[in-house]
Design a protein around this ligand. Structure first.
Ligand SMILES: [Zn+2]
Length: 120
């Protein structure tokens, strides 16, 4: 039985992407803190139903935004770990190298454009 050799990403500017990922991580963390502050339960003295509903709607949107950022932050952290291991920039699905342009646009990408396209 042949052992499957994992591809190691090459031709990648490790420092460049590490910096990018760390910046993104910081930005997302700041974002999360800010959204959390805004989603803190607000006591509503108003008796007008509409306003309360609106408020709930805003909170739902906020929570969704929070979840999205939290998920992205997780991906960023995984990407940082991969960068350190040397497997960064490899599609987790087909194990092909992810296009540099894609990584530059979304450094936390773990799927190549083909796999990302067929997944969504
Ligand atoms: Zn792929």
């Amino acid at each position: 039985m042949r052992e499957r050799v994992k591809k190691i990403s090459k031709n990648l500017n490790k420092e460049f992407f590490l910096k990018k990922l760390q910046d993104l991580k910081q930005e997302l963390q700041n974002n999360l803190t800010q959204i959390k502050k805004e989603t803190e339960p607000v006591s509503c003295d108003c008796s007008i139903g509409d306003t309360r509903e609106e408020l709930l709607q805003v909170q739902t949107v906020m929570i969704e935004a929070l979840e999205l950022r939290r998920a992205r932050l997780q991906k960023v952290e995984i990407a940082i770990r991969k960068l350190e291991e040397g497997s960064y920039g490899i599609c987790i699905d087909c194990e092909e190298e992810i296009a540099k342009e894609r990584l530059e646009a979304r450094p936390e990408s773990d799927l190549c454009i083909v796999c990302a396209g067929s997944n969504s």
